[in-house]
Design a protein around this ligand. Structure first.
Ligand code: ADP
Ligand code: MG
Length: 273
C-alpha cells in the first residue's frame, strides 16, 4: 500500500466540510484479502452527509469486513476511503500513501462510532461509566460534563434511571442501547452498525431498532448491516446488496426490494423475506 501512487486530485486537499455536511463517506474500489482469498473485490460506495445506507447480503459476503475497513480496523489492500475528504488510516506524502501513526488512527476513530452484534460493553463498568469512558479517557473531556451528557444520551435511548446498572443487570436490548449511547458520546460523524439485533431475543429487537430509527432522522450518517428487511425498508435511503465481496446492486428500498434487477438479489430476497 505504501507504494501506491495516489491520484492527483487528492481528496485530502478538499476544503474542510462545513458542519452541515458532516459525515460524507466515499469508499473507492476497496480490496481486501485474507490469506490469498479476496473477500472485498473492488467495492465502491458513497454515503452523503446524514445518509442512511443499509447493507444486506448472505453470510460471508464481506459486509463486516467492509464496515471494519471504514474505521481502519481492517487495512485495505487497494482503493481508499475518505470521510469528509480525509483519508481513513493514511496520509499522502510525496504522492504515496503512508499509514497514519497509531495515535492518529485512534484520533480519527473518534469520528466513527461502531456498534457490534455482541454489545462489547465493559462488564466491570456501569451503564453510565461505559458511556463516559471514551470521552473522558480518549478525548480528555471534563468528567462532570461527560457525566451530564452521558445521562442525556441514556435518556435518549430510553434508559433513564438505569445509569448505575452493570451490563449483567440489563437485558440484551438494554445493553445494546447502552452501546449505542456510548457510540454517540463521541459525537461521531458516522455510525456503523454490524447486525445490531442479531444476538437479541426476538422480543427485544424492536426496542433497539426504534432507537436506530430515531437516529436515522437525526442527521448522523449511518451505515447499517442487518438482516431485518422491514427495518431496512423503513430507514434506508439506499439499500446495498453484497454477495461474494462485491456490491451486486444498490438502490432505493423500493427499487431493491420491489424490483431487483439482478438474479442474485432476487434469489437472496426470495429466501429471506
Ligand atoms: P459477512 O459479514 O458478510 O458475513 P465477513 O466480512 O465477516 O462477511 O467475511 C467475509 C469473508 O472473509 C468470509 O469468508 C470470512 O471467513 C473471511 N474473513 C473475515 N475476517 C477474516 C479474518 N480476520 N481472517 C481470515 N478470514 C476472514
Ligand atoms: Mg458479518
Amino acid at each position: 500500500m505504501s507504494t501506491a501512487v495516489f491520484p492527483a486530485e487528492s481528496p485530502t486537499t478538499a476544503a474542510p466540510a462545513a458542519a452541515a455536511t458532516r459525515g460524507h463517506v466515499e469508499i473507492t474500489n476497496v480490496r481486501k484479502s485474507f490469506g490469498g482469498t479476496e473477500v472485498l473485490k473492488g467495492v465502491s460506495l458513497t454515503v452523503p452527509p446524514g445518509g442512511v445506507a443499509v447493507i444486506v447480503g448472505p453470510s460471508g459476503s464481506g459486509k463486516s469486513t467492509l464496515l471494519r475497513t471504514i474505521n481502519h480496523l481492517e487495512k485495505v489492500d487497494g482503493g481508499y476511503i475518505t470521510i469528509d475528504g480525509q483519508l481513513v488510516g493514511y496520509q499522502v506524502r510525496g504522492n504515496k500513501l503512508h499509514e497514519l501513526r497509531e495515535k492518529d488512527i485512534l484520533k480519527q476513530r473518534t469520528d466513527i462510532g461502531m456498534v457490534f452484534q455482541n454489545f462489547n460493553l465493559f462488564p466491570h463498568l456501569t451503564a453510565l461509566e461505559n458511556v463516559t469512558e471514551a470521552p473522558v479517557v480518549a478525548l480528555h473531556r471534563n468528567k462532570a460534563e461527560a457525566r451530564k451528557r452521558g445521562l442525556e444520551l441514556l435518556d435518549r435511548v430510553g434508559l433513564k434511571g438505569r445509569a448505575d446498572a452493570y451490563p449483567r443487570q440489563l437485558s440484551g436490548g438494554q445493553q445494546q442501547r447502552v452501546a449505542i449511547a456510548r457510540a454517540l458520546a463521541l459525537d461521531p460523524k458516522i455510525l456503523l452498525f454490524d447486525e445490531p439485533t442479531s444476538a437479541l431475543d426476538p422480543e427485544l429487537v424492536n426496542e433497539v431498532l426504534d432507537v436506530i430509527r430515531e437516529l436515522a432522522t437525526s442527521g448522523t450518517t449511518l451505515i447499517i448491516v442487518t438482516h431485518e428487511m422491514g427495518f431496512a425498508r423503513d430507514v434506508a435511503d439506499t439499500v446495498v446488496f453484497m454477495d461474494q465481496g462485491q456490491i451486486v446492486e444498490q438502490g432505493s428500498p423500493q427499487e431493491i426490494f420491489a424490483n431487483p434487477r439482478e438474479p442474485r438479489t432476487r434469489s437472496f430476497f426470495s429466501k429471506v423475506i
